[in-house]
Design a protein around this ligand. Structure first.
Ligand code: PGA
Length: 247
């Protein structure tokens, strides 16, 4: 399975720096073909200019969210079809920041994944426990419940990747140990058995404080098929170093 290095820019980037970052990555990708897939997910306002900046590169473009309906009276929302139309191949769904800040439930995330599938986008479903849940020994159960409730049945590997992102590791500089990651990723693989068409070929990414200096260790854990990178994806050299570790 080809690993995926995905950059989640979150609410960061204006035209000038976003385009410069995309062009820097495109230039690196042109010089040095990596053995992994590269994806950037900029804010919605930058999708069009970044699609243009990446047009002749192998780097894919993704959105950070979409609505569950294809169109209509949903002020401020973006549909999966609109993302596709803007040049996206992927969309991140169910990120813990959206679950916490926008109150997205598993059912809402499930509808969004269906919408993404309908539009021909590949969804990256984020799951992960809070620190309180980890301390209470509930990490595996939480992740299993999220998968069960937010995955439409019968997706194939081109339609879905799962990102394990412990909430307490996002933006904190803390990461689980390789053993903890291996345990959760193996559990996710097992859970996927009853939920997707080809669990063995469905990518399971790790996300949460992935940096150039820990990427090698994190990416060599069993069942880790790539990285979902926040902060470090805003610096071309750092994201590139992580992508190299993926490859
Ligand atoms: P981080 O974010 O790499 O800044 O911890 C990861 C994410 O939220 O996807």
């Amino acid at each position: 399975m080809r690993k995926l290095a995905a950059g989640n820019w979150k609410m960061n980037g204006l035209k000038a720096d976003g385009i410069a970052l995309a062009k820097d990555l495109a230039a690196r990708a042109a010089r040095d073909a990596l053995g992994c897939e590269l994806l950037v997910c900029p804010p919605a306002t930058l999708l069009a200019p970044i699609a243009e900046a990446l047009a002749s590169s192998s780097i894919a473009l993704g959105g950070q969210n979409c609505h569950g309906e294809p169109k209509g009276a949903h002020t401020g929302e973006i549909s999966a079809t609109m993302l596709k139309d803007a040049g996206c191949a992927y969309v991140i769904l169910g990120h813990s920041e959206r679950r916490a800040e926008q109150g997205e439930s598993d059912a809402v995330v499930c509808a969004k994944i269906e919408a993404a599938r309908g539009a021909g986008l590949s969804a990256i479903l984020c799951v992960g426990e809070t620190l309180a849940q980890r301390d209470a020994g509930q990490a595996l159960d939480v992740v299993a419940r999220q998968l069960e409730a937010s995955l439409p049945k019968g997706l194939d590997p081109s339609e879905i990747a799962v990102a394990y992102e412990p909430v307490w590791a996002i933006g904190t500089g803390r990461t689980p140990t390789p053993l903890q990651i291996a345990e959760v990723h193996a559990h996710i693989r097992t859970c996927l058995g009853g939920l997707v068409r080809d669990p063995g070929n469905t990518r399971i990414l790790y996300g949460g404080s992935v940096k150039p200096d820990n990427a090698q260790a994190l990416m060599s854990v069993a069942n880790v098929d790539g990285a979902l990178v926040g902060g470090a994806s805003l610096v071309a050299a750092d994201f590139w170093a992580i992508a190299k570790a993926c490859a």
